[in-house]
Design a protein. Structure first.
Length: 356
């Protein structure tokens, strides 16, 4: 397992991270706390030392599970969590978004509770969770700097929502000197806004790193969702329109060359190729797939998977520019919104604001 630095913070993360939203919730299948702890331990044994959780996942359950899993191994782990959703005073309605709270008093209380659940006196990366750009005031940034200067936080990040608000927020994270990382949905099929942030980092000379989540495009690129898959009502992916899956399966067939068994440097699975595509960007510090079991951990953290060649990368770029030669809409535009679409339009991205 290779490691990369978050910005210039001195904090190193494994190139493959453990997205701990999978434990503490039932969105990706039921598992006991013991099984969840075992998954984290298996990932650590495989060299996956970056663990990314959040206080809202299971309303604290994920943090408690991570705290148990890293007991006695804290020094091996680059530990990240997120705060900013007030689940303490608001009921959860399905997968709906909870109210956000960035008041200083609330953030101080939320952070203390996270540290208690994680059973640690510091985190290596603290992220604001889907915070709206206008709410990250100078006062909020002052508080984050205080935590960093005190050693309770080693690096700071801003985790972005896919349809909650992301473009102006990510640009701010790159601009503000306090932030070492911006986390966003980024994968071979869903390249925006990830590519926008990569370009912004390059053009501005910022030290900010990108943490890429949903690298497998919600099950398409690891082929866990195929034409034969029936998604249960509780599965968070069931909200996606059928057109998205239908066009996605066609796109998978268009990039089969990435798993060519005759590759000079060895074979790759489609899931491994999707991760290697992201890591071809120097600005991407870590990729956090959704591990569902030990087989996923073994496959996606495997050493020796060949990187993409320049020719392979360029071929993907050409296909993406042509929408993989698919002339049908994927039905997802209404879910691609940010700040009512104004920042999307200003950036010249080919997206439109949500219709609701």
């Amino acid at each position: 397992m290779q490691h990369r630095e978050l910005g210039n913070s001195g904090v190193e993360v494994s190139e493959i991270g453990f997205g701990a939203w999978v434990v503490g919730t039932d969105w990706w299948g039921d598992r006991s706390d013991e099984q969840a702890v075992g998954m984290v331990e298996d990932a650590l044994d495989a060299g996956v030392t970056y663990v990314d959780t959040g206080d809202v996942y299971g309303h604290g359950d994920s943090e408690e599970i991570i705290g148990k899993a890293i007991d006695g191994r804290r020094d091996e782990v680059t530990l990240a969590t997120k705060i900013g959703y007030d689940f303490y005073n608001n009921p959860q309605a399905g997968h709906g978004e909870l109210p956000k709270e960035l008041d200083r008093e609330y953030l101080e209380t939320a952070f203390e509770r996270s540290l208690d659940r994680l059973d640690t006196d510091h985190v290596d990366l603290l992220q604001l969770h889907n915070a709206n750009v206008d709410d990250v005031t100078p006062e909020v940034r002052d508080l984050l700097r205080e935590w960093k200067e005190s050693g309770r936080v080693r690096a700071l990040g801003w985790a972005l929502g896919p349809s909650i608000g992301w473009l102006a927020e990510g640009d701010a994270a790159i601009e503000y000197e306090e932030f070492d990382a911006v986390q966003t949905v980024f994968n071979l099929f869903e390249q925006q806004p990830g590519r926008h942030f990569v370009d912004a980092i390059r053009e501005s000379g910022s030290d900010t790193s990108v943490i890429a989540r949903v690298p497998h495009s919600s099950g398409l690129l690891n082929e866990q969702v195929t034409p034969d898959t029936v998604l249960e009502d509780g599965d968070h992916r069931s909200h996606r329109p059928k057109e998205w899956y239908e066009t996605g399966w066609e796109k998978v067939e268009a990039i089969r060359f990435l798993e060519d068994p005759d590759h000079a440097e060895g074979t790759r699975t489609m899931a491994q190729a999707a991760i290697r595509w992201l890591l071809a960007h120097d600005e991407v510090a870590s990729v956090t797939p959704t591990f569902r079991d030990g087989d996923d951990i073994a496959e996606w953290s495997a050493a020796g998977v060949p990187p993409l060649s320049d020719a392979e990368y360029d071929r993907v770029e050409e296909l993406y520019a042509r929408n993989f030669d698919i002339d049908r809409d994927d039905g997802m535009d209404v879910l691609r919104t940010s700040v009512d679409g104004e920042d999307i339009e200003a950036a010249g991205l080919d997206k439109r604001a949500a219709s609701y």
